[in-house]
Design a protein around this ligand. Structure first.
Ligand SMILES: Cc1cc2nc3c(=O)[nH]c(=O)nc-3n(C[C@H](O)[C@H](O)[C@H](O)COP(=O)(O)OP(=O)(O)OC[C@H]3O[C@@H](n4cnc5c(N)ncnc54)[C@H](O)[C@@H]3O)c2cc1C
Length: 322
C-alpha cells in the first residue's frame, strides 16, 4: 500500500483544513487503497465529527456519519420513507452496514471490475485518457443509460437512487463555507471526464442529506434485482414514491438504479402516471417507456426489459389497483 499520513479530529473546521482524503467507515476507501486504486498522501479520519444525528419535523435530516444500519432502523425513516430503509437494507451484508456511513455510501466508487483492477491498463476513471476496457469487454453489469465513449460504469449506491426519488438534497461544508446541492445533479455523468464523479469541490465534506417534507402521505418502496440475495449490487433497481389522493395519482417519482452511470430518473414514466387512476393497465403503460434512450452494450441488453418489468412490478406493489 502507498504510504500515507493519518490524522483524526473531532472538529469539523479542523477536518476541512486538513487537506486530505476523508475516511468515514472505511469500507470502500480502505479496500481501494489496499488494491492500489486509491493512493492518498493524507487520510483524515472523520468518524469522530458531530455528524451523527437524524432529526426532522416533516422532512428529515440525516447526518453524514449515521451508519447505514442506524438509518435503516430509524422509526422516522421506516415509517415515513420505507424506500430509504429498503434501499439501505439491500446494500451489503450487516457487517458492512454497521460501519458504512450515509456520506460514504454516496461517495463510494463504481464496482466496475476494470476500474478496481490496477493490472488493467484501460480505465478513464482511474487513469484519464487510457481508454475504457468495459466498452468492448465483459459488460453485463454495466450501464445502458447515461454512458459515453469514455465510460460505461454504473454508480453502485442504492441509497442515492432512493434519495433521488425523494428529491433529497446534500448538505456540504468546505473551506469556502457551507452550501446545499440537490441530489439530482450531485453525482455526475461521465461524459469525457469520468474521473470527475461528483459535485464536491476540493476539501468539501458532506455533512448531511435532507429529505424535504412532502405535502401529502407518500407510498414509497425499493425493488432491487440482483444475482444473489446478499452482498450483490443491483442489476436493476427501481425506487418509487407515489402520492395518491382521492383515487388519483398526484405526484409520482420513479428512479432506476443499476442501469445508469448515475441514479436514473424516469420523467416520461412519471408523466404517464400523474393525474391518472391506479390500474394494472396504467402500470404497464407507464413502465413501457422506462428504458427509453437506452444504449445496451454487448452483454447487457437484457437490462432494458428487466428495467421495464421491475418498474411495473414496483408500481403495482405500491399503487395496487384502487
Ligand atoms: C461486500 C460489500 C457489499 C456491498 N454492497 C452494496 C450494495 O449492494 N449497495 C450499496 O449501495 N453499497 C454496497 N456496498 C458499499 C458500501 O455501502 C460502501 O462501501 C459504504 O457505504 C461506504 O461508506 P463508508 O462510510 O465505509 O465510506 P468510506 O470507505 O470511509 O469512504 C468512501 C468514500 O467516501 C468519501 N467520504 C466518506 N464520507 C464522506 C463525507 N462525509 N464527505 C465527503 N466524502 C466522504 C471517502 O473519502 C471515500 O472516497 C457494499 C460494500 C461491500 C464491502
Amino acid at each position: 500500500m502507498h504510504p500515507f499520513a493519518y490524522t483524526r479530529t473531532r472538529d469539523t473546521r479542523e477536518a476541512l483544513g486538513a487537506g486530505g482524503r476523508y475516511l468515514a467507515g472505511g469500507t470502500d476507501l480502505v479496500t481501494l487503497m489496499r488494491a492500489g486504486v486509491e493512493h492518498p498522501d493524507t487520510v483524515v479520519d472523520i468518524a469522530g465529527l458531530p455528524l451523527r444525528g437524524i432529526t426532522g419535523h416533516g422532512g428529515l435530516r440525516i447526518g453524514a456519519l449515521v451508519t447505514m444500519a442506524e438509518a435503516a432502523a430509524h422509526p422516522g425513516i421506516r415509517d415515513g420513507y420505507p424506500v430509504i430503509a429498503q434501499a439501505l437494507e439491500s446494500g451489503g451484508p450487516p457487517q458492512i452496514r454497521n460501519v458504512a456511513t450515509v456520506g460514504g455510501n454516496l461517495m463510494q466508487r463504481t464496482r466496475c471490475a476494470y476500474f478496481r483492477d490496477v493490472t488493467v491498463g484501460e480505465c478513464n476513471k482511474r487513469a484519464p485518457g487510457s481508454g475504457c476496457a468495459a466498452v468492448h469487454g465483459r459488460n453485463r453489469g454495466h450501464a445502458i443509460l447515461g454512458t459515453s465513449a469514455s465510460c460505461v460504469a454504473t454508480h453502485p449506491s442504492d441509497l442515492a437512487v432512493a434519495l433521488t426519488a425523494l428529491d433529497a438534497s446534500v448538505h456540504l461544508d468546505g473551506p469556502d463555507g457551507a452550501r446545499t446541492v440537490p441530489i439530482d445533479g450531485f453525482l455526475l455523468r461521465p461524459g469525457s471526464t469520468p474521473d470527475r464523479e461528483h459535485a464536491l469541490r476540493p476539501g468539501e465534506l458532506i455533512t448531511a442529506v435532507e429529505i424535504p417534507a412532502h405535502p401529502g402521505p407518500l407510498r414509497s418502496g425499493y425493488l432491487k434485482v440482483r444475482d444473489r440475495q446478499s452482498a450483490a449490487f443491483a442489476l436493476v433497481s427501481a425506487a418509487v414514491a407515489l402520492h395518491i389522493q382521492g383515487g388519483v395519482i398526484r405526484t409520482a417519482k420513479v428512479v432506476a438504479g443499476g442501469v445508469g452511470t448515475v441514479p436514473w430518473r424516469l420523467p416520461e414514466v412519471e408523466r404517464r402516471l400523474v393525474g391518472e387512476r391506479p390500474s394494472p393497465g396504467l402500470w404497464a403503460r407507464a413502465a413501457e417507456v422506462a428504458a427509453e434512450g437506452a444504449r445496451p452494450l454487448r452483454h447487457n441488453a437484457f437490462k432494458a426489459e428487466l428495467l421495464k418489468r421491475s418498474v411495473e412490478r414496483q408500481l403495482r406493489a405500491l399503487g395496487g389497483t384502487e
